[in-house]
Design a protein around this ligand. Structure first.
Ligand code: AQP
Length: 321
C-alpha cells in the first residue's frame, strides 16, 4: 500500500492544505507502515503562477510545511514533482487516453475558469498531470480534501482504460477523504484557496495571523444575540482544529448568544497559536536553513525517480516507444 499526496507551490501552504491534506497524509502514511510519498506540485503551480523566483520561494515553504508537521525525510519520500521528469512524459501518454469531455466536466476546471482571467490549456489538463502523479508511483491511497475527489475518479477512469487495453499496468488509487472535514472555508466564505487569495497562512507572524483572522467575513448579528454556528466561517475554522469538547462548548456559546464574532475570532487565533505552536517554530527554523530543506528534497527525489523509472519503462514498452 502506498500513500501519496501533493500540494501546489502556487502560494504559501495554508490552513486548508494542512487540514485537508498534510495531516491526513502524514497519519495515513504512518499507518500504512510503508514510506509515504509527499510532494510539492511545482509543475501544477505553473497553471496559475508564472514567476520563477516566487515559485522557488513557495516550493521551499511547502517543503518546510511538510517537514514541520512531521514528514521524516529518512523514512518518507519528499520531492519536487518536476525533479522526476517522467511525470511529464506520462502526462502526454495519458492525455491520449483521456476524452476531452471528461476534462471539460471537471468541477475544479469549471470553477477556476470562471474565476480566473488566464484560462490556459495547462489548467484544462491539470487532472491528467495529477493522474500521472498518482499512477507513476503506483499509489493506492490518496488523502485529499473533498475538492479533489473528482480528480481521483478521473485518474481511476484513465487507469482502467489503459489497464483494459494493455493489461495490468497501474494500481487503481482510492481517495482518502475524512468526511467530518468539510472543505475549509477561506476569509470570504468560499473554499480556502491560494488562487482566491482568501487563505490563512498559519506560519506568519503572530501579528499577521491576528490581522488575517480579523478579516474573516461574518454577518451582522449583534454580540449578545444567538448565532448560527453552521453558517459561520469562524466556527467552521475553529471546529477544524479544536477537540470535540471544545467544539461543543463553542457551539453552545454561539447558540446561546454568549459570544460575539470578535471574541470568537480571538479564540480561533489563540487556538491556532496553541495547536500549531511547535510546527510554527520548526517551520521558521527550517526557512532560515534552506540547506536542510534542499537535502531532504534531494534524498526524496533520488527515491522517487527510481520508482518512476520502473513504471515509465513498462508504459513505453506497452506503447511501442
Ligand atoms: N480549502 C480546503 N479545504 C480542504 N482541503 C483543501 N485543500 C486545498 N484547499 C483546501 C487540499 O490541499 C491539497 C493540496 O491542494 P493544492 O494546493 O494542490 O491545490 P488546490 O486544492 O487547488 O489548493 P488551492 O489552495 O486552491 O491551490 P490553487 O489556488 O493554487 O489552485 C489537496 O488535497 C486539496 O484537497
Amino acid at each position: 500500500m502506498r500513500v501519496l499526496t501533493g500540494i501546489q507551490s502556487s502560494g504559501k501552504p495554508h490552513l486548508g492544505n494542512i487540514i485537508g491534506a498534510v495531516l491526513p497524509a502524514l497519519a495515513d502514511g504512518q499507518q500504512s507502515g510503508n514510506p509515504a510519498f509527499h510532494f510539492i506540485a511545482d509543475l501544477h503551480s505553473l497553471t496559475t503562477s508564472r514567476e520563477g523566483a516566487l515559485r522557488r520561494e513557495n516550493t521551499s515553504s511547502v517543503a518546510a510545511a511538510w517537514l514541520a508537521f512531521g514528514c521524516d525525510p529518512n523514512k518518507d519520500v519528499l520531492y519536487r514533482q518536476s525533479r522526476a521528469p517522467a511525470v511529464t512524459e506520462l502526462t502526454w501518454y495519458l492525455s491520449c487516453f483521456t476524452p476531452d469531455g471528461l476534462l471539460a466536466r471537471a468541477h475544479s476546471f469549471k470553477d477556476k475558469s470562471s474565476n480566473l482571467s488566464d484560462v490556459n490549456a495547462g489548467l484544462f489538463i491539470y487532472p491528467v498531470l495529477m493522474a500521472a502523479d498518482i499512477l507513476l508511483y503506483q499509489a493506492s491511497r490518496i488523502p485529499v480534501g473533498k475538492d479533489q475527489k473528482q480528480h481521483i475518479e478521473i485518474t481511476r477512469d484513465i487507469a482502467k482504460v489503459f489497464n483494459n487495453h494493455y493489461g495490468q499496468t497501474f494500481v487503481l488509487p482510492e481517495p482518502v477523504i475524512r468526511e467530518e472535514i468539510m472543505t475549509i472555508p477561506g476569509l470570504d466564505g468560499r473554499k480556502m484557496s491560494k488562487s482566491y487569495n482568501n487563505y490563512i497562512d498559519i506560519f506568519q507572524s503572530d501579528k499577521g495571523l491576528k490581522q488575517v483572522i480579523c478579516r474573516i467575513v461574518t454577518d451582522s448579528t449583534p454580540v449578545n444575540e444567538p448565532k448560527n454556528p453552521d453558517q459561520c466561517s469562524v466556527f467552521a475554522l475553529y471546529r477544524a482544529v479544536a477537540s470535540e469538547q471544545e467544539t461543543v462548548d463553542m457551539r453552545e456559546q454561539y447558540l446561546a448568544g454568549r459570544i460575539g464574532y470578535g471574541a470568537a475570532k480571538d479564540q480561533l487565533y489563540k487556538m491556532l497559536l496553541s495547536k500549531f505552536g511547535d510546527q510554527r517554530e520548526r517551520y521558521s527554523t527550517l526557512m532560515s536553513r534552506p540547506k536542510i530543506i534542499e537535502e531532504a528534497l534531494q534524498a526524496g527525489e533520488t527515491k522517487a525517480r527510481a520508482v518512476a523509472q520502473e513504471t515509465i519503462v513498462a508504459v513505453r514498452d506497452h506503447l511501442g516507444f
